[in-house]
Design a protein around this ligand. Structure first.
Ligand SMILES: Cc1ncc(COP(=O)(O)O)c(C=O)c1O
Length: 407
């Protein structure tokens, strides 16, 4: 009789260190709790405002373009860096919007901004490198940098409660950079998820100069550049770049065109860098989805009325949240200048994860705990207000009652 094949206890095999170091997401934890609660109490009303996506879904003119693309054969692999016709259309869009002269070679089309960020970090950062992340920030910047083996230093924005705004303290940035031995990347997301902070043009210029002087890359995430409420749009980092600039710009279709599930984003960099980063695409997903790329051309060509409508809608929703938060005694927040998030604190939110768990159990509202957003995030909670006004209103009723101890 032959010996039985040895069983491999996979769970005891050591995993790569990069995987061991990954921390679980606090937002995902709340999400899973909400799922469990709904399963156990099928009748319970749960309002989910913890994820960051537009509630209404992709507008029909883009959906139709995607369906037509499938019918017309957009079902094959594409170039690693994306379809040429999409990149040409993006170059046209950036010329008209920002007066920029970009070529197709400046673009790398990716599976969402998530992948653009991940490829940037894997391409720019190695173990031992350091990154400064302006926080509170969407968790993927840190997650991707840590996957690359780098060390991340958070630079919390300063909150001015009287003015209800955030600002970046450049002397704190300077001091933090001085403590870094191998600073390679600085990340700024503006308009910001989760704070709604919008960096002004002169500040963008200053941080770009700062990176240039230190030979560091600036990774600028302008995913919400079409959702800016007050005053003029700010210039893009791209308009300030010099030849050979160490700048990677992240953007995508998810938020502007309500296309989160299509998984389509892009990065913009100097051609040499964009094309080098595209090489990694071969081994990750090989390309972004073909039909989504074709539909995105229609989004860029015909999307301006939709963008204008969405902005008016988000502005109204932002006003509802601001008014309702202001009416809660003890609450503090900055007026969101862009994006579709409000970030607030209250004596009850000191432990943000506990607060979100209890709010969910007692009031059936799911919010994102600030702890997930790095330095300056704990003690705060994020609301995504891209939601129908009556639902948002009901969520704010429940939140108000919960923090005042009525439910
Ligand atoms: C600041 C920021 N950047 C990038 C993304 C990535 O979006 P997607 O991968 O859907 O393009 C998000 C999504 O929440 C975001 O908030």
């Amino acid at each position: 009789m032959s010996e039985p094949a040895p069983r491999i206890a996979t769970q005891t095999l050591p995993l790569a260190e990069r995987l061991e170091r990954l921390k679980p997401s606090a937002i995902r934890e709340i999400h899973n709790l909400a799922d469990r609660l709904k399963l156990e109490n099928p009748g319970k009303s749960v309002i989910a405002l913890h994820f960051g996506e537009p509630d209404l879904g992709t507008p029909p003119f883009i959906v139709e373009a995607g369906v037509a693309a499938l019918r017309n054969g957009a079902v094959f692999y594409e170039n690693n860096s994306g379809r040429n016709d999409l990149k040409a259309e993006l170059a046209r869009y950036f010329r008209e919007r920002y007066d920029l002269r970009l070529t197709e070679d400046n673009f790398l089309i990716t599976c969402g901004g998530v992948q653009a960020i991940c490829l940037s970090m894997l391409g720019l950062l190695a173990p031992g490198d350091e990154m400064i992340n302006v926080t509170p920030a969407w968790p993927n910047f840190t997650g991707a940098a840590e996957l690359a083996g780098a060390t991340v230093h958070d630079l919390p924005l300063t909150f001015d409660g009287a003015e209800r705004r955030y600002f970046l303290d450049f002397s704190a940035l300077e001091a933090l950079a001085q403590r870094c031995r191998n600073l390679r990347v600085v990340v700024v997301n503006t308009p910001s998820n989760p704070t709604g902070w919008v960096m002004q043009g002169h500040e963008k210029q200053r941080i770009l100069d700062f990176c240039r002087e230190r030979g560091a890359y600036l990774v600028g995430d302008e995913m919400y550049d079409r959702i800016v409420f007050d005053g003029a749009d700010q210039p893009s980092f791209l308009q300030m770049r010099e030849a050979g600039e160490r700048l990677v710009l992240i953007n995508g279709f998810s938020k502007t065109y309500a296309m989160t599930g299509w998984r389509l984003g892009y990065l913009i960099a100097e051609p040499q860098l964009a094309q080098r980063l595209a090489q990694m695409q071969e081994y990750v997903t090989s390309c972004a989805p073909s039909m989504a790329q074709v539909a995105a051309i229609t989004a860029l060509r015909e999307g301006e009325p939709f963008i204008a409508e969405s902005l008016a809608r988000y502005r109204n929703l932002r006003d509802i949240v601001v008014e309702r938060l202001a009416a809660i005694p003890g609450s503090e927040f900055a007026n969101p200048g862009g994006g579709f998030y409000a970030f607030f604190r209250h004596p009850a939110t000191e432990d943000s994860v506990r607060f979100c768990r209890e709010l969910l159990r007692s009031a059936g509202v799911v919010l994102a705990p600030g702890r997930a957003f790095g330095g300056g995030g704990e003690g705060w909670v994020r609301i995504c207000f891209a939601q129908r006004p009556e639902i948002l209103d009901e969520a704010m009723n429940r939140l108000t009652q919960f923090v005042s101890g009525k439910i």
